[in-house]
Design a binder for this molecule. Structure first.
Ligand SMILES: [Fe+2]
Length: 407
């Protein structure tokens, strides 16, 4: 993140003597990216290194491996995440739906919190959660972030965290990338602020609320995701939230989708205008995360508000419909629907939505959706994704056209 944050107590000069507890030397740790050349954060542990394991590592009793669906034909997909069951804790409920070489899209619909002595660390990818429903706390070594519907939670690779629910269940879309998730660099000026023309403001983030260090010994489990979704359990002899203070650019943060301040144009605007985050060097690799928020449709007297058919050949496109209100897919998608349109084939609005959209010129739409576009990365449907898919989706454009009788 472009905003450098400092929390708690930390030595003024890096790598120098510091005592959070009298006569106990605090121990420094760097949480770094891009091989010590990228953004990093300096943390000070009260008295223990994060390496002190009470017993040898073991395989966890679950994994998060993406297994490709048996049906492997090139086609658009419509996956009904509303039909994925609510079950288990946030990690054991997590189901990969779509995946590629550097990206994974999952759904998690937990019914209870993680147990107090169990933590998670994604050791292979950076994460962006989108909270479709539920409330609770993302508790991390950097502090806590309260979450609610419509919040993005950006969690850097390597962050130790726990999810505690305060609602009876929760519903998360989880986007993972091998690259850090950040505001698009082209939105930022030389000082690291979002420009005055950007749809985001870099200070409109929820920074973790610092918690006093937990200086406690005991038995604490860290489930680490690695090597394509395998999970290994480490057992530490002390509580992992033992940070006296930290300072840096790598930390989890929240960003409300409603803080994406949509930019409208007289005529239809292509999706890059909806970009909130990116991971990687977009548009050459990685992903864009776009927020389709309520905004005014084009006001040109001849504007056709519905998007054009598109062959976006270098991108596979995933849309998550937080609301069912979406003109171009009216009558096809439901709340929680995920559409996956591979770049190898074109896709378009359904039925007569182009015609209908001419009535919407200059009016506010009510949509709420999140889109992930990959760049030069093909993604595939997993067994979970296929299980909850609408098997007739590839025929839905033909059926919608037939229904309005213009064929
Ligand atoms: Fe599209």
């Amino acid at each position: 993140m472009s905003v450098i944050v400092k929390k708690g107590k930390i030595s003024a000069i890096p790598h120098t003597e510091f005592y959070a507890v009298e006569k106990v030397l605090a121990l420094e740790e760097i949480h770094g990216t891009y091989g010590f050349s990228g953004p990093y954060t300096r943390k000070l542990h009260v008295r223990a290194y994060p390496t002190e394991q009470l017993q040898p590592p073991v395989k966890a009793d679950y994994d998060l491996v993406s297994r490709v669906a048996l049906v492997d034909v090139l086609q658009p997909y419509h996956i009904l995440s509303s039909e994925v069951p609510f079950e288990a804790c946030p990690m054991k409920s997590r189901k990969p739906i779509l995946f590629g070489t550097s990206t994974i899209i999952s759904i998690s619909k937990p019914v209870h919190s993680m147990s107090p002595n169990t933590f998670f660390r994604n050791g292979e990818k950076h994460e962006a959660y989108y909270v479709q429903d539920g409330t609770g706390e993302l508790k991390t070594e950097y502090g806590s972030i309260s979450f609610r519907k419509g919040l993005y939670l950006i969690i850097p690779k390597g962050t130790i965290y726990q999810i505690e629910l305060t609602s009876k269940n929760a519903y998360f879309l989880i986007m993972e990338s091998i690259y850090p998730v950040e505001f698009p660099p082209h939105y930022m000026n030389k000082a690291g602020q979002a420009t005055l023309m950007a749809p985001v403001v870099e200070t409109e983030i929820d920074v973790p609320m610092f918690q006093e260090p937990i200086d406690k010994s005991g038995e604490y489990f860290i489930d680490i995701k690695h090597d394509g979704g395998h999970v290994t359990r480490l057992t530490l002899d002390h509580h992992p939230f033992d940070i006296a203070g930290w300072e840096g650019a790598v930390y989890p943060f929240g960003f409300d989708i409603k803080n994406h301040h949509g930019i409208a144009r007289e005529i239809h605007t292509a999706p890059p205008v909806h970009q909130t985050f990116q991971a990687g060097n977009v548009p050459f690799n990685g992903i864009s995360i776009c927020s389709f928020v309520s905004q005014m449709e084009g006001w040109h007297p001849k504007d056709v508000a519905a998007p054009f058919a598109h062959s976006n050949v270098d991108s596979d496109e995933v849309m998550f419909f937080s609301s069912s209100d979406y003109g171009a897919r009216e009558g096809v998608i439901k709340e929680g629907s995920i559409t996956f349109h591979p770049g190898s084939i074109p896709h378009s609005p359904h039925g007569d939505s182009a015609l209908r959209s001419m009535n919407d010129r200059g009016k506010m739409n009510k949509r709420l959706a999140v889109m992930v576009d990959t760049y030069f990365e093909s993604i595939r449907v997993t067994d979970h994704g296929y299980k909850y898919s609408d098997k007739d989706y590839s025929m839905s454009w033909y059926k919608a056209k037939s229904k309005i009788g213009s064929r």
